[in-house]
Design a protein around this ligand. Structure first.
Ligand code: FAD
Length: 349
């Protein structure tokens, strides 16, 4: 049995902590905020991916398909299976043609029906629309499930505690699951850091006309929009490949504009001082005309961290690495992969 510190109370760190404790280790989870799942795990598009979103990266699609059932088994209460999951292929500027998208779905065993273009989509702008079999999750319910699992597994949780080299001195093993802060944690602990691509992202939350119902809609595959219901509360979260990103850099740490620092990881910020909301609507309305009636409730801001120079494939791998005898690093891709990553961590402890 090892004494294990896990740094980062997002879904990847918390799940690894639970699995390590279930395997018999004595585990402490450190989170700098005063609650769990406050950063990327609480602020994202809430899709439990099964692969449809990644026609340019077969590996990402396969890994999402493979991971989905383990996430479902661990967090059944957080998953929302109701609603329609629609993918529309844009007639112009899509990086994947309709033909290639369907061939990709067939090759990955992703079932779909080509459906009539729904009322909310402008038929002039899309080649066709498919309905796939996918789910989303409710991050509030996920947080509740995570806390219950941590408690049941006997993990000691230290909130509002920024872990430093001194914090983890007495531990046999340290698992770092700090996502956007991975380098700042690692460079202090081991002097080692990697290059990542950081994107300071905005997720506007809106109300929409009733015609949207419980529809998750993605315009594929390029500089377009997506819309997903947010939990079951009647609001929606918007995604936009271009306008969601306020700042982007490749390097050792995110470059966060001063104007955005106070907005990060704060949940829904009403009337944020900085917002691309108008650009979201302007660019999305030609495809989804009723977006023009969207009312801005507020926006969420967080930092996305991906491998650099993956624009061509949009790949989102999850990588669990043993850095040395003491340190294990989790670089997280899609949320559904957190259970498989936790199992890999246990094997390395
Ligand atoms: C805009 C956006 C949309 C996305 N959409 C989706 C989606 O629809 N579906 C999907 O599957 N994935 C999506 N993702 C990806 C997914 O959200 C992330 O991969 C995942 O949440 C990362 O989880 P994590 O636990 O690694 O990181 P986080 O949730 O960011 O957790 C890391 C934690 O470490 C803590 N921390 C950092 N340093 C320290 C320290 N020194 N001491 C203590 N604590 C520390 C932080 O406070 C933070 O809570 C999206 C990401 C973004 C940003």
């Amino acid at each position: 049995m090892a004494k294990v510190a896990v740094i980062g109370g997002g879904i990847f760190g918390a799940t690894a902590a639970v699995f390590a404790a279930r395997a018999g280790h004595q585990v402490t989870l450190f989170e700098q905020y005063d609650d769990l799942l406050q950063a990327a795990s609480g602020i994202n598009q809430y899709r439990l991916h099964r692969g449809y979103h990644y026609p340019r990266s077969g590996d990402t699609a396969r890994s999402a398909i493979q991971a989905a059932s383990s996430f479902r088994k661990e967090y059944p209460d957080a998953i929302i299976d109701t609603g329609r999951h629609l993918y529309a292929i844009a007639k112009e500027k899509s990086l994947v043609s309709g033909k290639d998208f369907l061939a990709f779905c067939d090759a990955q065993g992703l079932s779909y029906n080509i459906v009539s273009v729904p009322e909310i989509v402008n038929p002039a702008m899309v080649e066709f629309v498919i309905e796939g079999v996918e789910s989303r999750f409710d991050s509030d319910l996920l947080r509740i499930a995570v806390k219950r699992n941590l408690s049941d597994a006997g993990v000691e949780v230290r909130l509002a505690t920024k872990a430093t080299a001194a914090t983890v001195e007495g531990y046999d093993r340290v698992v770092v699951a700090a996502y956007a802060s991975t380098n700042s944690v690692f460079s202090e602990l081991t002097g080692v850091s990697d290059e990542y691509q950081y994107e300071v992202c905005e997720k506007p939350v809106v109300t929409l006309p009733d015609s949207f119902g419980q529809t998750d809609l993605v315009i594929m595959d390029g500089p377009f929009m997506c819309v997903d219901p947010l939990g079951t509360g009647g609001t929606y979260v918007l995604g936009n490949v271009v306008h969601a990103i306020h700042a982007s850099n490749v390097g050792q740490a995110p470059n966060i504009p001063d104007t955005l620092k106070a907005l990060l990881n704060r949940g829904i910020v009403k009337n944020p001082a900085v917002s691309n909301f108008d650009a979201f609507i302007e660019s999305g309305a030609p495809y989804i005309p009723a977006l023009a009636q969207a009312k801005h409730v507020g926006s969420m801001f967080t930092v996305r961290t991906v491998l650099p120079r993956t624009e061509k494939t949009d790949a989102r791998p999850t990588l669990v690495t043993k850095v040395n005898d003491k340190y294990i690093k989790i670089f997280s891709g899609k949320i559904g992969n957190c259970v498989m990553a936790a199992e890999e961590v246990v094997a390395l402890l």
